[in-house]
Each structure stands twice: as structure tokens, then as C-alpha cells.
Design a protein around this ligand. Structure first.
Ligand code: GAP
Length: 404
């Protein structure tokens, strides 16, 4: 099957309500994109899968949702004020977005956070004091981050307003290699859970001179994008750089008493970092498919059920037959109760409706036809094969399952 081009993905996203250019009616704003009705569902699904896998299903993880605006000292301590830059000609250009907090003369210059990690480190002590976790444990956060990228490009790949899903996993320094390896595997578990094409993900051991200032080891998880092999996710061993720097700068003791070993230490950190927007782009590229069905070309997204923005669509065969429509409405209500992400569609002919659902990646469609009125069965159609089977309405909720 031919590889999808970026043009095809961008066009499908706009046409079908996944992703629109930011501020489009004013000519846009470079490096910003707006998620439409289907995009926001897709985005929520991939964040929920992440949260479930890395926070809710584990005993050693704590979630936070910190403010995007932070005391500027956070970014001085972390090294971003001095070191977060890209070379631009002969000068270095700092990627931090500056902003003023407060009214005119009292205003304090601050920054929109460039990574969610900052909000995790400043809450390390709070979480330790509230929950007394034993090492190793992690703090996770999902949220927006901002970077004044010099050249935003390639759709969602390089944007100025992005979303990250990050974990700071606090460890004993002599155990860092073991945890680094565990998180390396965990990244693949997520790749598989959302349905990113595993064959297109490759590891790059980042050489010293290209690593962030805080990292002693970094692996980039790269993806084969249509514009080349580039970073999808990152895994870094940040040592005690951040907690150490924040201890010094804030004069608050961020050391931790390891009761098992009877020693006080600044924990070290292994950090898996996932971009939400790049996840969505990789997922769209992995799912995009074209084939022929019924002698007609079709485009479909092979989303797995957990990721698909719409799980099921329900149609009456004809929209001008009140009996059919009424019956279909009943089935729709029943299905929607079991699976909230269910869509009603009675526009155009049945073939067109299937195509529309295929194109947004809906795994199953249910059609109510004349036979339904006789024997209370419906057709259940599979997106990938186009195969249809008759299922009794009574057996329908068991067949389609509840919300995953
Ligand atoms: N806390 C570590 C950190 O922020 P990073 O490699 O600079 O490391 C982590 O960013 C992830 O955030 C990247 O792997 C990528 O998925 C995403 N990301 C970073 N900059 C981005 C941008 N300008 N546009 C879209 N995603 C971006």
C-alpha cells in the first residue's frame, strides 16, 4: 500500500473535522493548530490511554496538574533561561515564550512553561509530604507547553503550542540503568496500545554534544515520517540535576530520606517524555489506508477501538420511512447508552455513509433495514473488511461491548 503523504493527512484532518489551522479566518498563526470535534475525541483517547497505563494501573505513580505560569526562578534553576536555545545565524535564539504577570509597574516577567517537567519538580516535596512514597516512584503530568520555535513546520510535528505527557521517575542513583531499561520497554507498550506502527519506530542514542544540558543519557524514539526519520518521544536520565538545582535556588531542602537504606539523598530521575501532537500525527500516518471496495476507491483510518473518536455509527436504511427511523432511533439510544461515542447518520445513501465512517476510522456500523422490523435483527458492518452480519438487537450490546 502506498505511504500516505502529508497533504493527504492534512486535507483529511481539515475536511472531516479533526484538525484545523489555528485562527484560520485571520490567515492563521504559524505553529498553531486547533483540534475540531473528532480531533479532540482522538486526543482525549490517547491521553486517557496514557494516564491509565502509566498512572492509574500502577501503584508507584502520582498525577499532578500544575499551573502553566510559574515563578521565573523555576526556569532559571532548570537552565532554560540561559540554555534553551537554537542557533539562528550567528546568534542563539531562546525558545522561551515571555509574558508579563500582573499589572503594568508591578508586572513580573515570566515564561509560558517550555516543558511540563517543571511543574513536576516543584511539586516533588508536596507529593512526598502528602503521600510518603517509597523510592522508586514517579510523578506524571499531561498538559500544554510552549516553545517559540524558529521554524514551525510539518503540520503537528513542530508547533509552538504543544501538549506533553511526561513522567519524572525518582530513583536511587545506583539503579538508574535498570529503570532506564524499564521505561524504554514501557514506551513500546504505549506505542502498541495506541496503534502506532511499531516498525516505523527506531531508537537513536543521542550523542553527548546533542543532549539537553541536564541529561547524562538520552534515547530518542524516532518515527519514519514522510519528511524523514525524526523524534517522536524521548527518554532521558536527568540525574539529580533538577532537584539539586531547585534545592539550591529555592533554598528549600528537596532531599529525601530513604528509610530502607537509612540515607538521605537527592533522588535521581529517569524521564520518559511523550508529545501528544506527535502521537496524533504518527497515529494518523499509521492508520491511513486506501483500498477499493465495491469497485470504488476508498480512504479509511485503521484506528483501534480504544483510539477511534467514534466507536459505532447507527443508520436507518432510508430516512423517509418513519417506521425505520423510529426503530433506528431506539437502537441508537440503546447502543449510545452502552457506548457514548456512538454517532447517528441518516444523510445520503448507505454507501456514502459507510465511506464517511470509514474515513474517520469508525470500527463498526449498524444498519436498521426492513428485515429489522420483522425479526429484530440489524446488520453489523466491519470497517476493515466491509463484511456484514446479522445480529439480534438483544445480543447487540454484548457484541459491541461497553466503553473500553
Ligand atoms: N521534558 C523533556 C522534554 O521536553 P523534548 O525532547 O524537548 O524533551 C519532549 O520534548 C517531547 O515533546 C518530544 O519528544 C516531542 O514529542 C514533543 N515536542 C517537543 N517539541 C515539540 C514541538 N515544537 N512540536 C511538537 N512536539 C514537540
Amino acid at each position: 500500500m502506498a505511504e500516505p503523504t502529508m497533504e493527504k493527512i492534512v486535507s483529511l484532518c481539515k475536511r472531516r473535522g479533526f484538525i484545523y489551522p489555528g485562527s484560520e479566518i485571520y490567515g492563521g498563526l504559524s505553529g498553531t493548530w486547533d483540534y475540531g470535534p473528532l480531533g479532540v475525541e482522538l486526543k482525549n483517547n490517547i491521553k486517557n490511554i496514557w494516564w491509565k497505563l502509566f498512572v492509574q494501573e500502577r501503584d508507584d505513580m502520582y498525577g499532578v496538574d500544575a499551573a502553566i505560569l510559574m515563578n521565573p526562578k523555576v526556569w532559571e534553576a532548570s537552565g532554560h533561561v540561559d540554555g534553551f536555545s537554537d542557533p539562528l545565524g550567528n546568534a542563539r535564539f531562546n525558545l522561551l515564550f515571555e509574558t508579563n504577570v500582573g499589572a503594568a509597574e508591578d508586572a513580573v516577567k515570566s515564561y509560558l512553561r517550555p516543558e511540563t517537567a517543571g511543574g513536576i519538580f516543584v511539586n516533588f516535596k508536596n507529593v512526598v509530604d502528602s503521600f510518603h512514597p517509597r523510592l522508586p516512584f514517579g510523578i506524571a503530568q499531561v498538559g500544554k507547553a510552549f516553545r517559540n520555535e524558529i521554524a514551525p513546520r510539518d503540520f503537528l510535528f513542530r508547533v509552538r503550542e504543544l501538549e506533553q505527557m511526561e513522567i519524572e521517575y525518582f530513583i536511587r542513583p545506583d539503579e538508574w540503568e535498570k529503570h532506564f531499561e524499564e521505561w524504554r520497554q514501557a514506551i513500546y507498550r504505549y506505542v502498541e496500545a495506541v496503534g502506532i506502527d511499531r516498525k516505523k519506530v527506531h531508537e537513536l542514542e543521542v550523542p553527548l554534544e546533542e543532549r539537553a544540558h541536564y541529561s547524562k543519557r538520552t534515547i530518542d524514539f524516532e518515527f519514519d515520517w514522510p519528511f524523514g526519520r525524526k523524534e517522536l518521544y524521548g527518554l532521558a536520565y536527568r540525574t539529580d540535576f533538577d532537584l539539586g538545582a531547585h534545592s539550591t535556588q529555592s533554598s528549600v531542602d528537596l532531599s529525601y530520606l530513604d528509610e530502607e537504606r537509612k540515607e538521605r539523598l537527592i533522588p535521581h530521575v529517569v524521564e520518559p517524555s511523550f508529545g501528544v501532537d506527535r502521537t496524533i500525527l504518527a497515529l494518523l500516518l499509521s492508520a491511513y489506508s486506501e483500498d477499493e471496495m465495491g469497485d470504488e476507491p476508498r480512504i479509511f483510518l485503521r484506528f483501534n477501538k480504544v483510539v477511534a473518536p467514534i466507536k459505532i455509527a447507527v443508520f436507518p436504511l432510508l430516512k423517509n420511512k418513519p417506521q425505520l427511523v423510529e426503530k433506528a432511533r431506539d437502537v441508537y439510544a440503546l447502543v449510545k447508552k452502552a457506548v457514548p461515542q456512538t454517532m447517528w447518520d441518516d444523510n445520503g445513501n448507505i454507501g456514502k455513509r459507510y465511506r464517511r465512517q470509514d474515513e474517520i476510522g469508525t470500527p463498526q456500523c449498524i444498519t436498521i433495514d426492513f428485515q429489522t422490523l420483522e425479526d429484530d435483527t440489524v446488520t453489523l458492518r466491519d470497517r476493515d473488511t466491509g463484511q456484514q452480519e446479522r445480529v439480534a438487537i438483544q445480543a447487540l450490546t454484548a457484541r459491541i461491548g461497553g466503553t473500553p
